[in-house]
Write a protein that binds this ligand. Structure first.
Ligand code: ATP
Ligand code: MG
Length: 407
């Protein structure tokens, strides 16, 4: 396939006023990190688009194009991208290249198919309008390959030839690959995701990144009641999530000492809510110590006993820090679909004991009043000291450097 540049398009960034520059710079930096410096590419901002081309302006090889297809869907902020051919602003060159691209495409196409041309002319000095460019090219292509080879379908064509005529250059492309959307990671302050080994919390972390916040991870285990595989599983999840951002830390905290106190002293039906309040407090202290501005959880309204309005309220009141719950309105199947898309589902579905299941009550309360939770906590004499010790003793890892990332 002939290709000497990648056109990257963004959508939401274009709606930004004075801050647009910052978002664009952030997007360019992320693209550079994802494609890797050794790729020897230039990543340029040219009026509303980002272009990737080789330093030597030569054509990209198939392996390079495959690499872009793999990594660019992880560049938040991108609406779509296209492997393209960049040309001078010259209709004759555009015609020649259009024939070359369609010849290659039609050779692999079925006997009959639908086709269309989408031209966009932002260069107002160019003698042809967008519509005239489309008519000119489709006429040439029809003459060359026979008009009965394809039908023109402007809405749902099997193949689309895209053409952009800009002030500086023009470009042609046959492919429109979807990007992940959202905002470039790093355009919002960093946050801390409470990451379990389940399905929801990795998806919540992904959604925080998609809105521009890089995220570190905090995971609770309950050694020796949970096996070392629980921590390993979370490390593997964090490694996948780290391919979407500059790799962030995973804090691993042992909740067992606190859980033992709760088991001995507190009402068993309240245990889960008491664990969750402690998790939030430990997370808040960790966030303050390491500079993360909000917490993120995978909670969804009504999913389990600890996620009723009453219990979420009692859990929320344990801390002052902002808690983001990107999945609050998500159906479990929606979370599963996203987990499959982002590549965490395979690991999440492995059955490994989680910290929360240690000493979990058979029949957890669905509405623990705030006052009742506070009363139970007062039964643990060293409550604050136990939590502070857990924070002091967190282990810190940086899972999985992305394959081609540059530090
Ligand atoms: P699942 O897919 O099983 O629902 P989950 O991670 O959402 O997995 P829940 O029991 O629903 O698990 O917990 C709600 C939220 O609480 C999680 O999304 C996560 O943010 C946080 N959480 C639960 N257990 C842990 C843990 N062991 N370590 C860190 N955070 C946890
Ligand atoms: Mg859940």
């Amino acid at each position: 396939m002939i290709c000497n540049c990648i056109i990257c398009r963004y959508h939401e960034i274009a709606t930004k006023g004075n801050n647009r520059n910052m978002f664009e710079r952030c997007l360019v930096e992320n693209i550079k990190r994802l494609i890797g410096r050794e790729a020897n590419c230039r990543v340029l901002r040219v009026r509303g688009r980002v272009w990737i081309e080789r330093q030597d302006a030569a054509n990209f090889g198939d392996a390079e194009i495959a690499h872009f297809r793999e990594v660019l869907p992880r560049a938040f902020g991108l609406e779509s991208f296209s492997p393209a051919v960049r040309l001078p602003v010259d209709m004759e060159r555009i015609r020649e290249c259009a024939l070359e691209l369609t010849r290659e495409c039609f050779a692999a196409a079925p006997e009959h198919f639908s086709f269309r041309i989408r031209a966009r002319r932002s260069n107002k000095r160019f003698p042809l309008t967008s519509n005239q460019i489309e008519v000119d090219l489709i006429t040439r292509i029809g003459e060359e390959f026979g008009e009965d080879r394809f039908t023109i379908d402007l809405d749902h064509a099997d193949y689309t030839l895209g053409c952009e005529v800009r002030d500086e250059f023009s470009a042609l492309y046959m492919e429109h690959c979807p990007g992940p959307g959202g905002l470039p990671v790093g355009s919002n302050p960093r946050v801390l995701t409470l990451l379990s080994g389940g399905i929801d919390s990795p998806v919540a972390a992904y959604l925080a990144m998609k809105r521009g916040s890089g995220t570190a991870f905090l995971s609770f285990h309950s050694a020796p009641y949970t096996p070392p595989e629980s921590v390993e599983k979370v490390k593997r999840l964090a490694a996948i999530l780290n391919t979407y951002q500059r790799p962030e830390r995973l804090f691993s905290a042992n909740l067992a000492a606190f859980q033992r106190e709760v088991r001995e002293r507190c009402r068993d039906r309240y245990r889960t809510v008491l664990y969750r309040r402690a998790m939030m407090r430990i997370a808040e202290m960790t966030a303050e110590r390491y500079g993360y501005k909000a917490l993120v959880t995978g909670e969804a309204l009504g999913q389990v006993a600890s996620q009723t309005i009453d219990n979420l309220n009692t859990i929320n009141r344990a801390v002052n820090i902002l808690i983001l719950r990107p999945l609050i309105g998500a159906d479990k199947l929606e979370s599963i679909r996203l987990a499959e898309e982002i590549g965490t589902m395979e690991i999440s579905k492995e059955q490994v004991p989680d910290s929360c299941t240690v000493f979990a009550p058979a029949n957890p309360a669905t509405a623990v009043p705030l006052g009742a939770a506070e009363e139970e906590e007062r039964k643990i004499p060293d409550y604050s000291a136990i939590l502070a010790k857990i924070v002091d003793e967190v282990e810190i890892f940086t899972p999985g450097q992305p394959k081609n990332a540059v530090q």
